[in-house]
Ligand binder design. Structure first.
Ligand SMILES: *Cc1c(COP(=O)(O)O)cnc(C)c1O
Length: 424
């Protein structure tokens, strides 16, 4: 099936007389006739459900739909994008290990890596997406277990050269994990370009309606764990907490990663979404391909309008012909990127806040990438604790306004911007 059809049909096929829509199975537990039936589930000998902290049928149907859209072999939902990124790395790296990450990543992920996971004994080296081959090479260590990046960085809007980062990871025998939140599988399928694990904050375009916080992890199924047996003992040696299961042997390259993340990390951390949240996410996915087209049309029109406006000093949008990333965009996202545009005026923080205060359609919200157009001033909100110099270092200029074009009529959005810019 093509992507637009998969958005509607993948992950769930109704039985004769069954519900047309994915059913919400809002149940903590599942009943069995005998204790030995249940024991087989606990030993991972038989597939099935026993407790929704680990797995739930509604969540799995939606995860299967996302796995199909990304072209992966297995998937899982998590309670947030943060949980998805944490699990994707912690499923591979232990205390004493190291990970290479692009420096332009979401602020919450940067904090997770640099502060919280550092406390757990995992070290990160951050590299500029445009670094030289030598700089990228120099970031690897013998204990490196993964490479991480974002397809389109939030909020820097930097496009990653996916093939280049995937090749570097594979040359060092480690997988490449990519957060595909802004592009969505509609605009980019990183697995086709060599990425091994794809993560999402489904909170953004996938839900798309400001409704439900969530995340997802999808495995491309191409990484050969047994070929790098010594690097990934968690996947290639017996798991004592599951009666000696060797994930890579029992579930193969297509299933080992997600089974281990479910069996160990979901069991122990419990970052599980509710069946109801999964249902909401599925509703979002059904219209994802239609909405992404409109988000991209609106984003490009806004970026082109702002670029010509005399009061606007700079605009960042990867789909603009003038963007330094235009070539990468044409390679990886020829049909569109996202609806998020960053721009700045002369006059620093104060001027940015003034413009935003005059907007009437675009609402000020700590959110991005959904049907309602919204704006955020990172320097006075998500990145408030940073000095102006620190802001510039992580790709966020003090005067930056992050404008997330929704799916409204673009003429209303442009008129709204015009009147706000007129007043400053
Ligand atoms: C929002 C976001 C996250 C975090 O997701 P939550 O659902 O808010 O936990 C991770 N990565 C990117 C690119 C994001 O935009």
């Amino acid at each position: 099936m093509r992507k637009d059809t998969e958005c509607i049909h993948a992950g769930y096929t109704p039985e004769n007389g069954g519900p047309r829509m994915i059913p919400i199975i809002e149940s903590t537990t599942f009943k069995y006739d005998s204790s030995s039936d249940m024991a087989d589930l606990f030993d991972l000998k038989a597939p099935g459900y026993f407790y929704s902290r680990l797995q739930n049928p509604t969540c799995d149907m939606v995860a299967a739909k996302l796995a199909a859209l990304e072209g992966g072999t297995a998937g899982m939902l998590t309670s947030s994008g943060q949980a998805a990124n944490f699990f994707s790395v912690f499923n591979l790296a232990n205390a004493g290990d190291h990970v290479v990450s692009a420096s332009t990543i979401y602020g919450g992920t940067f904090n997770l890596f640099q502060v919280t996971m550092k406390k757990m004994g995992i070290d990160f080296t951050f590299v500029e997406p445009d670094c030289t081959d030598d700089e990228l090479e120099a970031a690897f260590r013998p204990n490196t277990k993964a490479v991480f990046g974002e397809t389109i960085a939030n909020p820097a809007l930097k496009v990653l050269d996916i093939e280049r980062f995937a090749n570097a990871a594979h040359a060092h025998g480690v997988p490449f994990i990519i957060d595909n939140t802004f592009a969505t599988p509609i605009n980019c399928r990183p697995i086709e370009w060599g990425a091994d694990i794809v993560t999402h904050s489904t909170t953004k375009y996938i839900d798309g309606h400001d409704s439900s916080v969530g995340g997802a992890i999808i495995d491309g199924g191409n990484f050969d764990w047994m070929a790098h047996k010594d690097k990934f003992p968690g996947l290639t040696t017996p798991d004592d907490s599951y009666h000696g299961t060797v994930y890579a042997e029992a579930f193969g390259n297509g299933g080992a990663f997600i089974t281990k993340a479910t069996a160990q990390l979901m069991r122990d951390f419990g970052s599980s979404p509710s069946a109801f949240s999964a249902y909401i996410i599925n509703l979002g996915i059904e219209s994802l391909s239609v909405r992404m087209k409109r988000h991209c049309e609106n984003g490009l029109a806004i970026a082109e309008y702002l670029e010509k406006h005399p009061k606007v000093k700079w605009v960042t949008y990867p789909g603009l012909k003038s963007s330094p990333d235009y070539e990468l965009t044409q390679k990886y996202m020829p049909n569109g990127t996202c609806g998020v545009v960053a721009f700045g005026l002369d006059g620093g923080r104060a001027k940015a806040e003034e413009v935003m205060g005059h907007l009437k359609v675009a609402m000020i919200a700590t959110h991005v990438a959904d049907a309602h157009t919204c704006v955020l001033h990172p320097a006075s909100s998500t990145h408030r604790q940073l000095t102006d110099d620190e802001l510039v270092a992580c790709g966020v200029r003090p005067e930056m306004i992050r404008y997330s074009a929704g799916i409204e009529d673009v003429n209303d959005l442009i008129e709204d911007l015009a009147q706000a810019l007129d007043q400053v």
